[in-house]
Design a binder for this molecule. Structure first.
Ligand SMILES: NC(=O)C1=CN([C@@H]2O[C@H](COP(=O)(O)OP(=O)(O)OC[C@H]3O[C@@H](n4cnc5c(N)ncnc54)[C@H](OP(=O)(O)O)[C@@H]3O)[C@@H](O)[C@H]2O)C=CC1
Ligand SMILES: O=C(CO)COP(=O)(O)O
Length: 339
């Protein structure tokens, strides 16, 4: 039995804490809201994020950061990307011994253009971190808590730590692979959210499976193009954290990004959609980051550009689709899928 602290009691932090508690680990989930800590601890529910789910009785919760930091030397970071830097800073102030940091969030910071492992490395002193591991893959929290078969990958520059985290989470319904490609795993998880928003918009506009298949396929091509230029292994994008996560997020009603896109496609404003969702829509900020990275790395990313024009340029979705469909002629396959 290991001691593990999970920071962030949204749907994903809670679902992963359930997997760990069911594996018999001493799991403590930290939330910034005392009433939510009480609910998880005493009623064994987290109704705002996972309604109608009974949490294991051995899953503990606290709203005291110090208690959670002192509890374990394995730290799971499950807050949205926007809160990652601040959360790491608070943890760093209280940390007295080196810990393994596992992040499970899927985004790129649009201000620094950093991946999450880069943010953690910047904010946590080298002497206080044994390793940084990313856990990612096609895994909606809503299905994990139903114990539906789910597969993910963990990646780290420290493979021993990655294998430790693999062992921690592995169960008969949660299968964990290892991968050495941290950049590819992080980029696949973050960039699929951009395409999932676009897939939701397509459905919201009333388009069908042809359009969805096109978005997934050409989306994967542009994610791969950028990823390879940023140093990722091309093969990672054909794996669970690339194609796998892209498919699940573009096709599932559980996806917050797909749902947000769907409402945008039906004509709602971004402000209204964000308010209505009440959960993080990572793809919005990551579209901003990805748009800038495409320029920085000189990579052609037409879907990302179209989505950027919808979200931040006031272009109506239908017009953005027309512009995409009437671009100049292209060859489908070229180096790295058609630069
Ligand atoms: N949901 C899923 O199925 C999956 C999600 N992910 C990724 O996991 C990450 C978290 O997603 P998810 O759990 O869905 O998000 P949710 O919106 O469900 O929950 C976010 C959690 O983070 C907390 N939080 C938000 N801002 C801060 C802050 N500034 N400081 C501290 N805590 C904060 C929220 O607290 P409060 O309630 O107080 O606002 C809440 O507990 C995202 O990057 C997402 O892409 C990855 C795989 C699957
Ligand atoms: O990453 C996810 C599933 O793998 C969750 O995606 P959403 O944030 O769109 O719900």
């Amino acid at each position: 039995m290991e001691k593990v602290s999970i920071f962030g009691a949204g749907s994903w932090g809670t679902a992963l804490a359930v997997v760990l508690a069911e594996n018999g680990h001493d799991s403590l989930i930290w939330t910034r809201r005392a009433e939510q800590a009480d609910e998880i601890h005493n009623q064994h529910t987290n109704n705002r994020y996972l309604p109608n789910v009974k949490l294991p009785e051995n899953l503990n919760s606290t709203s005291e950061l110090n208690v959670a930091v002192q509890h374990a030397k394995t730290i799971i970071l499950a807050v949205p990307t926007v809160a990652m830097r601040e959360t790491c800073r608070h943890i760093q102030e209280l940390l007295t011994e080196p810990a393994i940091f596992v992040h499970v969030s899927k985004g790129i910071d649009p201000d620094s253009l950093e991946r999450i492992s880069e943010i953690i490395a910047e904010e946590i002193d080298e002497t206080l971190r044994e390793a940084i591991v990313v856990l990612s893959g096609p895994s909606h929290a809503e299905e994990v808590v139903l114990r539906h078969p789910t597969t993910v990958a963990v990646a780290s520059s420290n493979m021993e730590a990655a294998e430790q985290i693999q062992d921690l989470f592995m169960s008969n319904y949660f299968r964990v692979y290892t991968n050495k490609d941290v950049i590819g795993v992080e980029l696949g998880g973050a960039l699929k959210n951009v395409i999932a928003l676009a897939a939701g918009i397509s459905d919201g506009l009333g388009y069908g499976d042809n359009a969805k298949a096109a978005l997934i396929t050409r989306g994967l091509a542009e994610i791969t193009r950028l990823g390879v230029k940023m140093g990722a292994d091309q093969q990672t994008f054909s794996g669970l954290t690339g194609l796998g996560d892209l498919v699940v997020t573009c096709t599932s009603v559980h996806s917050r990004n797909w749902r947000a896109g769907n409402l945008l496609g039906k004509g709602q404003s971004l402000e209204r959609v964000t308010e209505e969702m009440g959960m993080v829509i990572e793809g919005v900020r990551t579209t901003k980051a990805s748009f800038q990275l495409a320029q920085q790395f000189d990579v052609n990313m037409p879907l990302t550009e179209a989505l950027y024009s919808i979200l931040f340029g006031g272009v109506p979705p239908k017009q953005a689709v027309d512009q995409l469909m009437t671009r100049g002629k292209k060859q489908e396959i070229d180096t790295f899928f058609g630069i």
